[in-house]
Each structure stands twice: as C-alpha cells, then as structure tokens.
Write a protein that binds this ligand. Structure first.
Ligand SMILES: [Zn+2]
Ligand SMILES: [Zn+2]
Length: 374
C-alpha cells in the first residue's frame, strides 16, 4: 500500500556544535521524483563525526539502507516495499558532468558539498517543530523515515542485509571505485595503501580481486596492518614520518616503485605522499578528501617526475547503476567481506552512544532500525 502522507519520526539531530540529540521530525510526503524511505540501517563514518561541528541544525547521516515506504509522482524505478540503499553523490542527470558519464562530479550536486553540504534541492523535506530542518548531504539517514531524491536510491539484492548495504554507499564505493574507475588496477600490478581504515580495506579487497600481485598496507597501528593482511594485503609497513625511508622500503618490494599508491588517511600533510611511493608513470590517488581546511602543504616538484599522474578522486568515480551491482556481485562471490568491516551494530535507541564510541575509538559502527510501521 502506498502511504503518501507526511509522517512524524525520530531522528538524530545535530545543532551548531552541541552534542547531537534524538529528536522528532515531520518528514514530508514524497513530491515528484522523490522517495520516502523507512531506514533500516545507517552507517557512521568520520564525516558524520566531523559534521557534529558544522553550523546549523540538521538531521545527521549519509549512509543508509531500508525499505521504500512511499513514492512520488514520476517515480518509475521503485515501488513501496522495495529494499534499497542510498548514495550520497546525487546526480541531477542533465548537467555537463552527468552528460559526460561522471555523475559523482555532477555540477549541481557539487554545490551541495563542502561548505554547502546542507543546501537543499528538495525543499521542506523535513521539519522540526514546524520549521524546516536540513539533512546531511540531502539524505539525513539517521532517522526512522526520510525523504530523498530518487537519484539517491538503488535497489539491493534480497539476500543482502541492510547493515551491510548501508556501508556500501560510502567507504565501500569509495575504495572499490578508486581501484576500478580511477586507478584501473590491472592483474599483476603493485598497489600501496596508506591508511587501512574502512576505505583502505576496500581498496585492498578490490585490488586483490583485480589480481594485483603486491598489495602493500601502510599504517601506524600494528593491529590495523595485521587486519589489512587478513583482507588481502601481501605486505605491510609501519608508517614513517620520513617518506623517503618508506619509499625505499616500497622499492625493496616493488623494484621501481608501486604502479599505484592510494592515500586514505585524509591527513593534509600526506596529500602528496603517494607520489613518492610510485614508479615513474605510476598513479598517485588521494582517495578520501580532506575534512580540514583545503589549503595545500608545501608542494615539491620532484615527486611528480616523471609522467606520474596525481588524482584527487571523489567517491571512487561512482556511477550508481554500474558500480553498485558490481559491488553486490563481488560480495556474492565471496570476494568482498562486508560483515568483517563492521565493528558493532547499535539499536537506534543507543545511536548517541554509537556516535560517542565512533568518535572516541574509531571503527565502523552501524545504527539499525526496527523499521517504521506507522
Ligand atoms: Zn561516509
Ligand atoms: Zn548533474
């Protein structure tokens, strides 16, 4: 049954740097090309923790999966009851970037990220006490029900758990897509991964599935390096403040340097570090973006020599209709471990404790919902 009414539900609300709260919001009925989604799982990533310090009042969360509760006019791809997940780079479908098959770089969508992360192309999607409230990345997945643009929605296989599906929309897409779409790693090549958190582990798994010969995991934490090896890294190295020492160690394993190096820490000082670890003509990729102010550290020219490519990649070049089914397939075949990436799942009632835990100790935490039935 399609219920096209507004609903009042619980949501995690951030307010100008104060500690988040669980509040109540009214979620509007779906308008044209909009989907009202009953969330069943929402992942917490570093960007969510950073978002607590963003100005304004908004519904948190940008990783979500759930069941379609109602659809608006013009929605043809989804119907009530469909199991779906969300992507946070929501393409408009008709700008120059979308026309170039680069929907993750949609020029309309780009205006909604960075300092404009709370801009609202779906106005009045949600209200708190009668006043409109923003939604992180136009999603706001930390709510029992949310209204989203249909371009943010992808169907998931019946066999895929919601908790696993929700993490695909961020770190999994960013990591696997960086291997497939940005670096285009080939069988027999060598890969270095700097920082082996959520994104790094997905790079390692995708590189292994692509047939990479040597996968070198670099991390300051020994436990994380061991974990990276369980996910498919063939070598590991402790991080070193002196990149020249690290470069020497990488050359000892790869010969001329790695074919590809991925920087996944988001630490500004490491922005150009992957250039030192690749061979001439290799590819250096800054994968995760930066949460800090976007000013560049001193840039030296020599690490670029010769014929090296440097790519600051957004969202692994995500093309939802192409890449998400590829990820489902990889998981289905046993080549992508999603469950092992999740540190802990938390009931929605304990969402604030989950955020505090993620802030204090890191790891990948997922908030699960019983499912809205009102
Ligand atoms: Zn995320
Ligand atoms: Zn566009």
């Amino acid at each position: 049954m399609t219920d096209d009414a507004a609903v009042t539900v619980r949501a995690i609300i951030s307010g100008s740097g104060d500690a988040p709260i669980i509040g109540r919001v009214e979620v509007a009925a779906p308008g044209p090309y909009q989907v009202q989604l009953a969330l069943r799982a929402s992942g917490i990533c570093h960007t969510d923790i950073h978002s607590i310090h963003w100005p304004g009042r908004f519904i948190m969360g940008h990783e979500g999966a759930g069941v379609v509760h109602a659809v608006g006019k013009g929605v043809t791809g989804f119907t009530t009851g469909d199991r779906v997940m969300l992507n946070w780079a929501i393409p408009c479908g008709h700008c120059a970037m979308c026309d170039h098959d680069l929907p993750a770089l949609c020029s309309i969508e780009a205006q909604r990220h960075g300092p404009h992360a709370l801009a609202r192309p779906v106005p009045m999607a949600a209200r708190e006490n009668g006043t409109e409230i923003g939604r992180m990345f136009n999603l706001g997945t930390m709510a029992e029900v949310m209204l989203v643009d249909e371009a943010a929605v992808t169907k998931i296989p019946d066999t895929l758990d919601f908790a696993l599906a929700c993490i695909i929309g961020c770190a999994v897409m960013t990591g696997t897509g960086s291997v497939w779409n940005i670096a285009d790693v080939q069988a027999g090549q060598s890969v270095v991964v700097i920082g082996c958190g959520s994104v790094g582990l997905n790079i390692i798994q995708a590189a292994r599935a692509a047939g990479a010969d040597k996968i070198i995991a670099i991390d300051r934490c020994e436990m994380v390096r061991q974990r990276a090896q369980q996910f498919g890294a063939t070598h590991s190295l402790p991080s070193d403040d002196d990149m020249d020492i690290l470069a020497k160690s990488v050359r000892a394993i790869t010969g001329p340097g790695a074919d590809h190096a991925f920087e996944c820490t988001g630490i500004l000082a490491l922005a150009f570090a992957p250039l030192k670890l690749i061979r001439m003509g290799g590819t250096a990729i800054q994968v995760s973006g930066f949460n800090a102010a976007p000013s560049l550290p001193n840039v030296e020219l020599p690490p670029f020599l010769w014929n090296k490519k440097y790519i600051a990649a957004l969202y692994g070049g995500c093309v939802p209709a192409r890449d998400f089914p590829r990820i489902f397939n990889m998981h289905d075949k046993g080549n992508l471990d999603l469950a092992a990436q999740i540190s802990k799942t938390w009931h929605f009632d304990d969402a604030l404790a989950a955020l505090a835990e993620a802030d204090a100790h890191g790891g990948k935490h997922v908030i699960v919902h019983e499912g809205f039935s009102g």
